[in-house]
Write a protein that binds this ligand. Structure first.
Ligand code: NI
Length: 132
């Protein structure tokens, strides 16, 4: 992993794929990932890890299913939120957003139970910024 500084706006300019996080650096065994997002992600959960979100630009909504109820948290730019491990969630950004996530390296973007059959949301473990 590069030890050079990463300027986030320059990093965002290097890719256009939605919901397809790029790994900009690592902290111990965690990835710092950035993503461009638009529209709806899929419902999913990460059974073994919390998932941290920081909204850099735009607005992100995250629907959550907890204790048999559903709610939506709204995160304007500058907001942080952590989805607890095991909680089903579906991020959305009707007007698009740029986000930063912190999660253990290897965490799959769609968790363990996502329905990605329609192929609209990529499923992977984060892509190195230098990769295409
Ligand atoms: Ni997630």
């Amino acid at each position: 992993m590069s030890q050079e500084p990463v300027q986030l706006e320059a990093a965002f300019a290097r890719f256009d794929e939605q919901w397809s996080p790029r790994i900009v650096t690592t902290v111990n065994d965690y990835d710092v990932r950035i993503a461009k997002v638009s529209g709806d992600h899929v419902w999913h959960a990460h059974q073994h890890t919390d998932e941290f979100f920081l909204v850099l630009d735009g607005e992100l909504s995250i629907a959550l299913r907890e204790d048999g109820t559903e709610r939506v948290v709204t995160l304007p730019a500058g907001s942080v939120f952590t989805v607890p491990r095991g909680v089903e969630h579906r991020p959305s950004a009707a007007a698009g957003a740029k986000i930063l996530m912190l999660e253990p390296s290897g965490t799959v973007t769609t968790g363990e139970h996502a329905d990605t059959a329609d192929g609209t949301v990529p499923s992977h473990q984060g892509i190195a910024l230098d990769s295409r």
